[in-house]
Design a protein around this ligand. Structure first.
Ligand code: K1U
Ligand code: ZN
Length: 167
């Protein structure tokens, strides 16, 4: 397994729209394993392939305290959304920034597992928020885009400065 480099906002590659996975093969399984290792090491509760510069529709999520409930969703598609919840979000691609976002409280998702088998998942609360956040990444959307233009400009400025100082 390998730790992958996570792209940081405002990298333009975070705005690419990921393509559906055509076949769940050894390469996809390796990418999923590397993404899980990268997410746990970060540490984070989710990661989308877009964030590691692989533009395929694959996400990993684990919101458990014990880090033993890994979910891998290939070609995830939200088929039902219900209710509304406001929660503070963070993002491994926007380090150090946390802010409130309004999303659906309950979602139903269709996806493929690591064997290429279709399954359906009902998610509420933090799991629902995290899956919506990760699917946004696959659609080229970063959570800061839900914030005001002023906040986005400040975040961009701060992260560009951090990147310059790290060079
Ligand atoms: O997509 C990502 O960048 C991962 C992100 C997922 C997420 C967090 C909160 C709300 C919505 C989506 C993170 O994991 S940020 C880090 C984080 O939330 C966390 C890290 C360690 C322990 C617990 C949470
Ligand atoms: Zn994120």
């Amino acid at each position: 397994m390998a730790l992958l480099k996570i792209l940081h906002f405002p990298d333009p590659r975070l705005h690419l729209v990921a393509k559906p996975v055509a076949a769940v093969d050894a390469d996809i399984r390796q990418l999923a394993a590397d993404m899980a290792e990268t997410m746990y090491a970060a540490p984070g509760i989710g990661l989308a392939a877009t964030q590691v510069d692989r533009h395929v529709r694959l996400i990993v999520v684990d919101i458990s305290e014990e880090k033993n409930r890994l979910l891998t969703l290939i070609n995830p598609r939200i088929v039902m959304k219900e209710g509304e919840a406001v929660r503070e979000e963070g993002c491994l691609s926007v380090p150090g920034i946390y802010d409130k976002v309004t999303r659906a409280e309950h979602i139903r998702v269709d996806a493929l597992d690591l064997e290429g088998k279709p399954f359906q998942l009902d998610a509420v609360g933090l799991l629902a928020v995290c899956i919506q956040h990760e699917i946004d990444h696959l659609d080229g959307k970063v959570f800061v885009e839900y914030l005001s233009r002023l906040k986005q400009a400040r975040i961009r400025h701060k992260l560009e400065k951090q990147a310059r100082e790290a060079m």
